[in-house]
Design a binder for this molecule. Sequence first.
Ligand code: NDP
Ligand code: MG
Length: 388
Amino acid sequence: MNGNENKRLALLGSTGSIGVQSCDVARSLGLPVTVLAAKSNIKLLEEQIREFSPKLAAVTDEKKAKELKIAVADTATKVVSGHEGLIEAAVYSESDIVLNSVVGMIGLEPTLAAIKTGKKRIALANKETIVAGGMLVTEAARTHGTEIIPVDSEHSAIFQCLQGVPDKSAVKKIILTASGGPFFGMKREQLAEITPAEALKHPNWSMGAKITIDSSTLMNKGLEVIEAAWLFSKKAEEIEVVVHRESIIHSAIELIDNAVIAQLGTPDMRIPIQYAISYPARAVSPAKPLNLFDVGRMTFFPPDEDTFTCLRTCKRALSRGGLAPAAANGANEAAVGLFLEGKISFLQIGDMVGAAMENQPDVSSYTLADVLAADTAAREYVLSTVKK
Ligand code: NDP
Ligand code: MG
């Protein structure tokens, strides 16, 4: 690919599932990685530093940052720490594309900071940021002329479909596909005893723990409905979720003439990661080509929102607007943490997300401080329910 000189990558969350696959893409495209950032996995981060020789590496955990500084003292990489370090990594002048794949709302401030430089493309995997602070993120992007290119496979699919539609007002509906997760077809009473180990087994994708749990509760699809609404300026009722067990159609758009355009491919995140970097160009990928004969048949079902209540909660949060999505997201981050620690049951996740979202008062506009406060209140609500 030509033009590598203006595609210097900053990989935030480089040690995670998306981060490691982004390193693969950087390797296969031969792109320079100038910034790396993670929370605490300094063993892998050191390997990445030795391979890519970035100018800057950020580690949010202070103690781990000190250890890394010593470990890579023989390299030219500067190590910074804390949340400020993560923001420094996001705005570092010697990068052109910030690929944000940290997990959780913690990614909001770095994303906003990178957008506000007005000099970088944001390749966004960190969906929690746009869910919690959608208005802030999209307004800042507009004001500073910053491109946000989705990495999430469904949103990348929609973005790719939209390349064939010059007049965006011709898009009637987004068809957001969902794998249905490991508990597809099960009812509430069958889900009561689900363990973290069972919920961590996703049928089609290998991902970080939090998003894997989110996929099993359908919270992930709920977050993605809100993400799609912000990225593509659509309302809740213009986004239809369709369970498609095979994860071959990554999403589709329906136009006013009822033509439907879909994007298909093997379920391999390196395809959307690479497109977010190479866009508008295309480049050869190490991902396997799709063999439709191997797929054989594709199936489609409506989602069961009575069982997987997180999806309904997120749709309602989107319709309510304001800080309702931030509350749903914050409650979910806390509840998933508790579930993984064995402190709450699987079904409690959905119950708590629903209650925290309903508790959030209506507002028509908000600041970053308001988002952070709504997030904290929702987390505290979840934690207090457990303490009782
Ligand atoms: P992982 O848990 O595998 O990785 C998370 C990454 O974020 C790690 O590098 C982790 O560092 C880092 N991180 C976590 N907390 C902090 C923090 N406070 N400061 C700095 N870095 C932090 O998650 P995934 O890669 O699966 O997911 C990342 C994001 O991408 C999520 O928002 C997810 O919803 C989204 N996404 C993921 C997909 C997937 O296939 N995995 C698909 C579509 C979207 P460390 O390793 O040191 O803890
Ligand atoms: Mg997705």
